[in-house]
Design a protein around this ligand. Sequence first.
Ligand code: PLP
Length: 381
Amino acid sequence: MTEFDTKLVHGKPQNDNNTGAVNVPIYNSSTYIYPSVESKVKYDYERSGNPTRGYLEDQVAQLENGVRGFAFSSGSAAIHAVLAIFKPGDHLIIGKEIYGGTFRIINDFFKRWKIEFTAVDTQNPEEIEAAIKPNTKAIYFESFTNPLLHVTSVKATAKVAKKYNLLTIVDNTFLSPYLQRPLNLGADIVIHSATKYLSGHSDVIAGMAVAKNQDIADRIYFNQNSIGSTLSPEDSNLVRRGIQTLAVRMDRHLSNAAKIVEFLQSRSEIAKIYYPGIKGSKDNEIATAETDGFGGIVSFELKDGLDSTKFVEGTSLIQLAVSLGAVESLIELPYKMTHAELSPEEQLKAGITHQLVRLSVGIEDPKDLITDLAKSLDNLA
Ligand SMILES: *Cc1c(COP(=O)(O)O)cnc(C)c1O
């Protein structure tokens, strides 16, 4: 069993139940029997280890090609447990366009624990190198950013990191291991909000982290077990089940996104489209070299004077909601919804205008999605 799509369906063979069940059972057990006081048991208490969660952790470690995986109660919990491997006085370089919740953990939480950081444009390796200080320990970024889909090269970033003995940490939520495997490109830790593509059905909040080597894995395991933000067996099973269909879902997300981009290009109401699949940009160049597809998120700006609120409220099949990466299409206005925490000045600096719309393209029939978008655009006239 070597091909990626086969691994998605089967995971690591279990051979651990007497019933012949084809799926790993949901082990709802917080504690486990010791045959004797002296026994070396594999499981003793669920926070430390659970077979259902363990199956998922092995599965994602295998897909990302790391030594060990960890499942958390949210993507944010995964990010917290990973960044908690650092200590007061350490300095981190972060991508300047990272998920808002991640910025909050770094800026409002870890700063209180005296971890310093500098935000840079990670698309530019010279800018990363210029920000390195004697106490710098890691570079943290998202290979596709939210909502503008700027692409950072994992290879070029990891090359700078290795030169200075820094860890490279990649949030791979937007691509999933189906489209990019950052550890193979030189990263040391990969993180997911499994709430998004890995589970894929908007029915669970979950996070994953995978370490490339044993030393890092040990440090993350210490945090996972001691902080205790672990994923429940029931939720581990939902993520496990989602992963089985990752390949077929992503293929449809990709083909639908490409068709929607083509449709948007044909419409006069659209001022600008952000999608790494569009040729002629540095984003496209890097994504072509380092990914197996351009993802399922399409952002675009309506022309000035068109009512963006009316537009996103005017779709009916495509629902108005935050989050992304699920089977159903979701649309939102970043300046009012996902990125409302930024001040107007910060929004402007980040390129988040009032005309910017983010669309998480689902796996519905693309004809229906295009009809829905067209109807709402027509209503703006
Ligand atoms: C959603 C998201 C997170 C946070 O994950 P939660 O599961 O919501 O805690 C982190 N990074 C990215 C890129 C995300 O989209």
